[in-house]
Write a protein that binds this ligand. Sequence first.
Ligand SMILES: [Zn+2]
Ligand SMILES: [Zn+2]
Length: 369
Amino acid sequence: MLRHKSFKQVNELKRFLQNCVPSDAYCSCAYYEEPEAEMDEKDWLGADLIFDIDADHIPTPCNKIHDSWVCSSCSFSGKGVVPERCPACGNEKLKVKVWHCEVCLSSAKTESIKLLDMLISDFGFSEKDIHIFFSGNRGYHIYVENKAIRALDAISRKEIVDYVSGLGLDVSFHGLRKKSLREVHSSQGSPLDEFGWRKRLASGMHNFILEAKEENLRQIGLTKKIAETILQNKNVILKNWLDRGMWSAVRGIGLETRKKLAEYSAKLQSANIDTVVTTDIHRLIRLDGTLHGKTGFRKVEFPVSAIDDFDPFRSAVAFKTGAATVFVSDAPEFRIGDEMFGPYRKQSVELPTAAAMLLVCKGRAEVIE
Ligand SMILES: [Zn+2]
Ligand SMILES: [Zn+2]
């Protein structure tokens, strides 16, 4: 690792990268008086607020299929979300084999959209302050560059993390308190016109009840009888809820039920971020425009307003010409641009450079001379 570098000109940086050809390049999210000095002598001036949303941290239905890990010390293995350490022996060195499929990246995008909405609607940042990037592999990076947050310490950043991930959110403060059975919103109009988490809880509960089937309601711990009551009175509940934020029209739906609904909706509304990244005020993060060593895709920025239509498997492709013949050990089906590839198993195949590069970077193929 070559660290503590600084460059005054973009061309200087480019020349440096061309000369040492690293597999991955990172830059600091912090501002320093002396960027080339040792860590304790750099003189920290501030840092951008950054968020990392990675499919590694989001339990998706597909990670049980395409992600696996093996402990390098005791060989214990598992499928799905990779644990911090081996559950059998505690070793932190796990050999990980993950894939980045369309489902994973679309769940990371959903989380990013929730986060962007909070940053803009709740925190009041403007789109100009916010930069969003596809990381080149399994997720998205979001930077907030604004003087107002630059000097925040780790504890303040943790508060922001808690807010966006709904940590420590107590639904009793949102009209669900035992002592005041009177609905908090009853005189205030629709909770959907409210602000911040109160609005998020309200719209989350509304959307959940609107779509829920009996099994969904049972899954959050409601009894069969209560689930049936909710479904039978769905229209009345939603109407009262939308107009005045009231539940009281329906008998049999008590405080505990409402709390369960609110707590579940908090989970749905929160943004699933990698919390340690945001609280680290010295964080290194992949350099914009560089290739990801595990995919050969580029980290690319795109406009916040374009997130719905952003296609990482098209926009991040760096190698657009040429082909290579590779021997593939195994690879699931995947897409680059409009073309589908695979699945492959123990076979030689000629692929466009981007596809061949992806499999080689993932450790699933070797180039045949
Ligand atoms: Zn182990
Ligand atoms: Zn997936």
